[in-house]
Design a protein. Structure first.
Length: 439
């Protein structure tokens, strides 16, 4: 093998290349942003608009928005055609990169993309794979500027080198990767379906435990609530207001864009309740010159519920099992101060059940598809089946054990997905830099 002639910084990430491969700056073999919509475009002209969120690695363009030019954002300017490759110039490490194979009619991309149109020397599919390779993505990230939203620009991207063999060999490499990545993606999809089924089964188990109890032979009675059905005969139907002394929401000042260190004051983000357990790393540091409102400090045993979130996460609840201290409740979270009639662990299971989800979605306010709200009255009026306190504790103990088992299985599946994704990335990088032989 020989090393192609190119600056040393290019060789460092392209590695040693097979004899006969060329290395050129991208700008010598592609057109960048070749077509742009003029401001004089007919306001009624319809387009399919793709922004950064519309592009998914391995899935291509998903969810492009049908919109008129008059209603489109000012960044809807890049005209795209089949064979173009889109490369996100912002947070490129998230890999919003794709080759456009079967575009919708009048596809227009955000100015947050570099649109690369291959010339006669480069196969479109090979270019698509090259730009998704670890080697190329890492090179783009290395030249990006910024901390929260590291970005580069199209002119800098096309100064980067591309390594390539003859056109027929590029096509063989692309066809090989089409086959292999399809196989890997199929395995990943099956694993993800397993994760989705596991999540459904976990929710169903929680819902059954908090609405039917643990004893399948217990005498039952009609709850009087159509969507709840029968409950154990010795349980009562109560509202959240009957088991709480106070419901409060916190405070959301302008914080620093970083996590609070131990000993610093921080404010929770709503994402702290999104997972199966309380995640206190979801916080932002309070500026040192801003006095904390200490009445909102989170304590062990607190029940937290999201009051403003996306539809599927609205009402997510968690129990604070430990805290580093000096962490404050934000105003998108409710804190429930309960009375002695309810076990907080059991109550969190109730709030995460399908029965509670039904009530959140039924009574939520807000027209935005991305953000919904539940008021305090909605939460206070939420009805649930309440067993005696000792039975609540027993249900929670059983569910803790069951959730640990679910968690272990989920970890194994997620680990398998990560390994497959790593293998996919390595395979692409090795193929488009000639490190593996493709027949």
């Amino acid at each position: 093998m020989t090393v192609a002639t190119f600056p040393l910084e290019a060789q460092s990430w392209l590695g040693r290349l097979p004899s006969g491969w060329q290395v050129k700056p991208l700008k010598h073999v592609v057109q960048v942003n070749p077509e742009t919509l003029p401001d004089s475009t007919d306001p009624d002209w319809r387009m399919s608009y793709a922004d950064i969120s519309s592009v998914s690695l391995g899935q291509g363009i998903v969810g492009a928005e049908e919109i008129s030019f008059a209603d489109a954002p000012s960044r809807a300017r890049r005209l795209v055609e089949a064979g173009d490759t889109l490369v996100s110039t912002v947070r490129t490490y998230l890999r919003a990169i794709t080759v456009v194979r079967e575009p919708p009619e009048n596809l227009v991309a955000s100015t947050g993309f570099a649109v690369l149109r291959p010339g006669s020397e480069i196969d479109a599919n090979f270019l698509g794979y090259f730009t998704t390779s670890d080697a190329f993505v890492n090179a783009v990230v290395a030249q990006s500027v910024g901390v929260s939203y590291p970005a580069t620009n199209a002119s800098d991207i096309v100064r980067l080198p591309i390594a390539f063999p003859e056109l027929d060999q590029q096509q063989k490499i692309a066809a090989f990767l089409d086959r292999k990545t399809a196989e890997i993606d199929g395995l990943i999809d099956r694993k993800r379906r397993l994760l989705a089924l596991l999540a459904e089964k976990r929710t169903a188990l929680i819902t059954r435990a908090v609405t039917k109890g643990l004893n399948p032979d217990a005498p039952m009675k009609d709850s009087g609530i159509e969507w709840l059905g029968e409950i154990p005969a010795h349980w009562d139907i109560v509202r959240i207001r009957h088991v709480t002394r106070k419901i409060e929401q916190g405070w959301s000042p302008q914080c620093e864009n970083r996590q609070a260190s131990i000993g610093e004051w921080g404010v929770l983000k709503v994402g702290c309740v999104n997972g199966d357990t309380y995640d206190e790393t979801e916080n932002k540091a309070l500026p040192v010159d801003l006095p904390p409102k200490k009445q909102y400090e989170v304590r062990v045993g607190d029940v937290l519920v999201s009051r403003a979130n996306t539809k599927e996460l609205l009402g997510s609840a968690t129990l604070v099992n430990k805290t580093q201290g000096k962490i404050l409740l934000c105003d998108k979270l409710y804190r429930l101060e309960t009375n002695a009639s309810v076990h907080n662990g059991f109550l969190v299971r109730v709030l995460r059940s399908r029965a509670a989800r039904f009530q959140y979605e039924r009574d939520a306010t807000g027209t935005s598809g991305s953000m919904q709200n539940i008021g305090q009255d909605t939460l206070k009026d939420l009805r649930f089946a309440c067993p005696p306190f000792e039975e609540q504790k027993e249900i929670e103990t059983r569910l803790i054990t069951a959730m640990e088992q679910f968690g272990q299985l989920q970890d194994r599946i997620e680990s398998a997905v990560s390994r497959l994704e790593e293998y996919r990335s390595a395979l692409i990088t090795n193929a488009v830099t000639g490190q593996i032989k493709v027949a």
